[in-house]
Design a protein around this ligand. Sequence first.
Ligand code: MN
Length: 307
Amino acid sequence: MPLTVTPIDATLGAVVTGVDLASLDDASWEEIHSAFLAYGVLVFPDQSLDEESQGAFARRFGRIERLSSRQTGGTVQFSNQKPDGTLMQPDEERYRILKGNEGWHTDSTYMPLAAKASMLMALVVPPKGGETEFADMRAGYDALNADTRRTLEGLSAYHSLYNSQARLGYRHTTDNLYGFHDKGAPLRPIIKTHPETGRKSIYTGRHAYGIPGMSAAESESLLDGLMAEACQPPRTYLHRWKVDDLAVWDNRCLMHRARPYNTDHPRVLRASRIAGEPESELAPTFADPRAAAFHPSSSNKSSLTAS
Ligand code: MN
């Protein structure tokens, strides 16, 4: 059966069949890469890749981003199940990270180098819920009126995992569990131009906050409003996982979020994350005084009361 790309009924997404990702030839890779740029997210059903094959496919997209200090290859498991088989409880840091993933975001924007692409393969799926939903921020940008586009063009926002977790009532601590950044917050333009396609998109998500030149409240309402408006059909695709599904998406123009599920059941996804290119995904990082409240390592405690 030839490689077939079937678009999903939305502004983003396609299902790719007729290919074995464990033995991918260069011609098929070229087709997949073009589809990746066009559709933003690709789903490959029935790929039972081992860690090595998944890592090799991820490396086709670029350099692997290290997500854990214990990570040696190209993959790491995202799971609510611990190595001893027991399930994580709500008071655990990793559980809170998984809960945080239920907010719209794009990966690693709180790090100096944001992610280019992310890949997940389903190993264990809960009986209900636990889907991954994607939103097309290119189409979100296209839907903005000219005035809003002009306003947004000049604006940037800080990105911080401390901030996004604090909004959920969690105080994030530095333990390098997730390899996050604790030196300050990257400042990123709200409108991003895709380095390969040239298309513009809204680049914010749950880690974004504190637009310079605006009050915290103004900034929050603008960012929340943008996301609420953009992440609506036909710009969204909800992927219901089946075991051995592999999905890969472009973090440079899509947002995504996990959907809730009953955490008395295990959900195990094997992740690979591909680092952004420094030319287009590296952001300057500042010790923004407003960020200090969320950064336990900050030495300038006096700035906490000033905001
Ligand atoms: Mn994510």
